[in-house]
Design a protein around this ligand. Structure first.
Ligand code: PGA
Length: 254
């Protein structure tokens, strides 16, 4: 049985002060939930604030991105060592907004995943198709390419440390999630690719999150699906009330 994993992706939201206020409200709401892994991914500037605040709680710290070199002349970038130092155990890699707005290729995603693992970080690897790719019937090709190239050269032990987030791009930030069966089909297809790459035993241990307009009202139907082990939550993770409800509903399922 895979333990459910819910991760917040705050994107470019919340100053340190706002993050602090969020946690004061949010942490007591989930303090008695022990059967769900919960991660928060604040912007870089608030990592340290969140890290200090969650120290005594079982919430995990996750960065939204990082560079694929440990250090160097890369103005404006942040390295795996830097996010690790402030307490990150997880890092989101290859989010569709990084791919689209910052030209991240599958090769770059692969470099980031490998350096994250080499430095003891657990990558949450995002994959997913655009509306246009879906309409052209190319969803499986896109997911195959993203997993094949993105996870290239990982050994089985490393593969066990990753989480994959299947996020159909047309469902991100739209308020319209994928239907439970479409979400399941995407996640199941991703697992079949993981099985081809790493074998059955490993693919069965890797957690696959669904992402794209998860809200309290659709959490149960989405997370009840086979092969969906949790969620990557954007806008609904910005409010203590909605994010804690998603976690509570997930806990009731397990
Ligand atoms: P959303 O974002 O929940 O606002 O759709 C999800 C994501 O981009 O990870």
């Amino acid at each position: 049985m895979r333990r459910p994993f819910i991760a917040a992706n705050w994107k470019m939201h919340k100053t340190c002060q706002q993050a602090d206020r969020f946690l004061n409200d949010f942490l007591p709401r989930i303090s008695d939930i022990k059967d769900v892994d919960v991660a928060i991914s604040p912007p870089y500037t608030a990592l340290s604030t969140v890290s200090k605040k969650i120290e005594t709680n079982s919430v995990l710290l996750c960065a939204q991105n990082m560079h694929y070199k440990k250090e160097g002349a890369f103005t404006g970038e942040v390295s795996p060592l830097m996010i690790k130092e402030v307490g990150c155990e997880y890092v989101i890699v290859g989010h569709s907004e990084r791919r689209e707005f910052f030209c991240e290729s599958d090769q770059i995603v692969n470099e980031k995943i490998r350096i994250a693992l080499e430095n003891g970080l657990h990558p949450i690897v995002c994959v997913g198709e655009t509306q246009q790719q879906r309409e052209k019937g190319r969803t499986k090709n896109v997911l195959t390419k993203q997993t094949r190239i993105g996870l290239k050269d990982l050994d089985r032990q490393q593969a066990k440390k990753i989480t994959v987030a299947y996020e159909p791009i047309w469902a991100i930030g739209t308020g319209e999630s994928a239907s439970p069966s479409d979400a399941r089909d995407g996640c199941s297809f991703v697992r079949s690719q993981l099985e081809k790459l790493f074998g059955n035993e490993v693919s069965e241990t890797i957690r696959i999150q669904y992402g794209g307009s998860i809200k309290p009202h659709n959490t149960v139907e989405l997370l009840n699906q086979e092969d969906i082990d949790g969620g990557l939550v954007g806008s609904a993770s910005l409010k203590p009330d909605s994010f804690s409800k998603i976690i509570q509903k997930t806990s009731q399922l397990s």
